[in-house]
Design a protein around this ligand. Structure first.
Ligand code: SF4
Length: 290
């Protein structure tokens, strides 16, 4: 199997076979992210990808789940992706789940017909980074995405039947924009209604533009109490059914389960942390870089 450079996958995909189809990310500008700084976006040769699929099929007996990396794999041309999906489903027929990283703009740029073809060919789940629903925050972090574009991308995925896991970041609006960030994010999520949601506390990656902004004072981090209050607001005001992956290693309270069934319980846990957790006395949340 061939892997180039640092390889990332969501923690929910720990048991999946990783197949590198692209290198890097087409956008590569988000101020908080250093995942693919060392790579220039490029597409691997189809014969090399096929060779990896063959090798994995010979090496492992039952591959139930495959995750296509690197960054926004859905930026690939639809025909190219269809060839990869067909190769997987014919070579590894027992694989029942194929997921990938996608930008909401990648979903938006494809037609519903193209996405439906991808769904029929085996694509089950797209991981998208929303980060915030607040226009100003999205601009500040250079996400290259507007709330309207996010809504449109999500609507197309829904129309095609591709499930979406959206990630958002507590604290990404900073200290001053904490409230506006979470209100707008919750509002947008209630419209988008992703099938799965991964809320994560902001991690400062050394060497990123955001880390520099903290050093110069241009970005002041939200306090741990604000981060908990953001999660409380989200849980109080979410109105859709989803799987909540609030168990990222950097989150203050680890919460994982189905909503709305677990919503009240999760809210109680956050209330408890706001009242008693020693971290609320700190100025900033200490997190580990990815
Ligand atoms: S957060 Fe996603 S879109 Fe932004 S630079 Fe990183 S990988 Fe690319």
């Amino acid at each position: 199997m061939y892997y180039e450079g640092k390889v990332y996958r969501p923690w929910m995909e720990a048991d999946s076979l990783l197949i590198q189809t692209t290198l890097g990310c087409t956008h590569n500008k988000c101020t908080f992210c250093d995942m693919f700084r060392d790579k220039r976006f490029r597409i691997r040769k189809i014969e090399d990808i096929f060779a990896d699929i063959d090798e994995a099929s010979n090496a492992y007996r039952h591959i139930r789940s495959i995750f296509l990396i690197d960054g926004n794999v859905l930026a690939l041309k639809t025909e190219f992706l269809l060839d990869i999906l067909e190769k997987i489903t014919t070579t590894i027929p027992e694989c029942s789940k194929i997921s990938l990283y996608a930008g909401l703009n990648d979903l938006r740029r494809k037609s519903v017909e193209e996405l439906t073809e991808l769904k029929k060919a085996g694509l089950t789940l797209a991981y998208v980074g929303l980060e915030s629903g607040d226009r100003v925050t999205l601009e500040r972090i250079q996400k290259g995405l507007t709330p309207e574009q996010a809504e449109e991308g999500m609507a197309k995925a829904k129309a095609a039947g591709i499930a979406v896991l959206a990630s958002i970041i507590f604290g990404i609006g900073g200290k001053e924009r904490s409230q506006k960030h979470i209100v707008a994010t919750t509002r947008l999520l209630n419209i988008m209604q992703p099938e799965q949601l991964a809320p994560m506390a902001l991690t400062i990656q050394p060497g990123t533009q955001l880390a520099n902004q903290i050093e110069t004072g241009a970005f002041i981090q939200a306090t741990p109490l604000q981060i908990l209050e953001e999660e409380r607001y989200l849980l109080k005001n979410m109105t859709f059914k989803t799987i909540y992956w609030g168990d990222h290693g950097n989150n203050i309270v680890s919460l994982k389960g189905s909503l709305p069934e677990s919503q009240e319980l999760f809210l109680q846990k956050i209330e408890l942390a706001i009242a008693n957790h020693p971290v609320t006395k700190q100025e900033i949340l200490l997190t580990s870089p990815w």
